[in-house]
Write a protein that binds this ligand. Structure first.
Ligand code: SAM
Length: 266
């Protein structure tokens, strides 16, 4: 098994055939949410900024297939995790139920649901429901004695005392406020459109990686996309493994990692 490498192909296949069992302390997975293909006609869509609408083939499943796929990749992730390893799964209200039920069925323990409040979420122009301004990251563990780096997590507390110290009782909230990736951090093509619809904020990955891994550990991402997990792992002196099935994203992620361009929101 090689580290600091993008494996190109289907993650279930690669996890089963190329990654050593019980070898990975931390996995961050940002899977398809199965939001696409729901009568979204984006033929003339020009939305390529923060409000990119996701309408991708890789994100389109019928419901039974989505359940089967979800069970397969979570089970494959579990088999490569250390006995005390952590699996963080990014999701929204649309798939959080499936992720949690399937993970529980596979005997993973849910330690936390971190809420990401998207401070620049798309306004709800229909005025028929509350605005969708949150995503979640579910933190599962395979066994006991998981890593939780108490001191490293403290810095993420937005609430400070007058002296600039973290407010102790609130140091470890399961809550983070961050914008959807924008500005210099968002990777765009020459036409100004985002090159990946669901690029995750580097700061979110920083929280996960600092909390649940140590220097030189391997962080694996089975849905690598633009390689955000690898970029942040590299910066934080971790090794990484990415798995991505699409050629263009694999190439873009590799380019991003080679250029070592890291812009963390302050
Ligand atoms: C939600 S995106 C991840 C975005 C990533 N977190 C980032 O910051 O760029 C999911 C990615 O998984 C890839 N993907 C979907 N199904 C896959 C599969 N079965 N195996 C490997 N990659 C897959 C898609 O091509 C897409 O790039």
């Amino acid at each position: 098994m090689e580290t600091n490498k993008i494996y190109k192909g289907d993650c279930v296949n690669i996890l089963e055939t190329e990654i050593d069992k019980n070898s990975i302390p931390l996995i961050f997975a940002d899977p398809p949410y199965n939001l696409s293909g729901k009568s979204l006609d984006l033929a003339n869509n020009t939305t390529g900024g923060a409000y990119y609408k996701v309408n991708e083939k890789w994100d389109t499943y019928n419901y039974e297939d989505y359940l089967n796929f979800t069970e397969k990749w979570i089970s494959s992730c579990k088999s490569v995790l250390f006995p005390n390893g952590s699996l963080y799964v990014s999701c929204t209200q649309h798939n959080i139920a499936e992720i949690i039920i399937i993970s529980k069925k596979l005997e993973l323990k849910l330690n936390n649901i971190i809420t990401w409040y998207k401070v620049n979420a798309m306004p709800n122009i229909t005025k028929r429901t509350f605005t969708h301004a949150t995503e979640f990251v579910c933190w599962f563990v395979k066994g006991k004695n998981w890593i939780f780096n108490y001191d490293a997590v403290k810095q993420f507390n937005p609430q400070k005392t007058k002296e600039g110290q973290s407010k102790q009782l609130r140091d470890f909230l399961n809550f983070i406020e961050l914008p959807i990736v924008q500005g210099k951090e968002r990777i765009r093509g020459e036409n100004g459109r985002a090159l990946h619809p669901t690029q995750k904020p580097e700061k979110l990955l920083e929280l996960v990686i600092l909390a649940s891994s140590n220097e030189n550990d391997i962080v694996l991402d089975p849905f690598f996309g633009m390689g955000t997990t690898g970029v942040v792992a590299q910066k934080l002196k971790r090794n990484w493994i990415g798995i991505e099935e699409k050629d263009d994203y694999t190439a873009l992620a590799q380019e991003r990692l080679n250029s070592n361009k890291i812009i963390l929101n302050e």
